[in-house]
Design a protein around this ligand. Structure first.
Ligand SMILES: O=C(O)c1cc(=O)[nH]c(=O)n1[C@@H]1O[C@H](COP(=O)(O)O)[C@@H](O)[C@H]1O
Length: 232
């Protein structure tokens, strides 16, 4: 299916009824959906199956980060579920990422896109120092993206501010997924490395992950329409 918008809506809801009410207003030709830790932990793979049966392409965002054997098996389970994209943490290392890639080989053309989270968009360079990373966010993203590319990963999750650099370093085909998207004037919440939807696309993001600016809006469909309009 071809989806007309780069927007992936993060379905971070605590109740299934809220998800259903929200999704009923969406057209699968116009956006993709992200199922993350909250929804998956509460409702499991059934929620993914249900959304897929309604025609939506699903980004299963469980950010796997474990020993290579465990991550490989988890990524294969995501592929069995038929998701469009699945992710791991690049900081799990080259062996872990290579094992995830290898686990998808039997799925051939049907394998989901495999992306790796670099530095979370909620983290600043200052916070990286607290976990012992002396590099600033740009440098760390660049290093982890190189490791991901060498391990056969399709692309990375990063902030929009690293996209221009990564395009130069990794080329056009390396998939760049950017959360931390905030329309002008929107509350940044816990996000630190943020950009507007238009700026993120201008810098070269392939996909924009947007949650609260849409899902917590009084008029979510208007918020989505305004984002799509700002991109045209
Ligand atoms: O992998 C992700 O999707 C992700 C990576 C990252 O670095 N930052 C980040 O915010 N996310 C996810 O993107 C979504 C952003 O949601 P909002 O901040 O509400 O727009 C959340 O569901 C996060 O789990």
């Amino acid at each position: 299916m071809s989806v007309s918008s780069p927007v992936i809506i993060a379905l971070d809801f605590p109740e299934l009824a809220s998800v259903e009410q929200f999704v009923a207003q969406l057209d699968p030709a116009q956006c993709r959906l992200k199922v993350g830790k909250e929804l998956f932990t509460r409702f499991g793979p059934d929620v993914v199956r249900r959304l897929q049966s309604q025609g939506f392409e699903i980004f299963l965002d469980l950010k796997f980060h474990d020993i290579p054997n465990t991550v490989a098996a988890a990524v294969a389970a995501a592929a069995d579920l038929g998701v469009w994209m699945v992710n791991v943490h690049a900081s799990g290392g080259a062996k872990m990422m290579a094992a995830a890639r290898k686990a998808l080989l039997p799925f051939g053309q049907d394998a989901p896109l495999l992306t790796a989270v670099t530095v979370l968009t909620s983290m600043s360079s200052e916070e990286l120092k607290h976990i012992g990373v002396q590099a600033d966010a740009q440098e760390q993203v660049s290093r982890l993206a190189a490791l991901a590319a060498e391990s056969g990963i399709d692309g990375v999750v990063c902030s929009a501010w690293e996209v221009e650099m990564l395009k130069l370093q990794r080329g056009e085909d390396f998939v760049l997924v950017t959360p931390g998207i905030r329309p002008e004037g929107a509350d940044s919440g816990d996000q630190k490395r943020i950009a507007t939807p238009a700026r993120a696309i201008e810098m070269g993001s392939h996909y924009l992950v947007v949650g609260r600016p849409i899902t917590r809006s009084d008029k979510p469909m208007d918020a989505l329409a305004a984002i799509n309009q700002s991109l045209s």
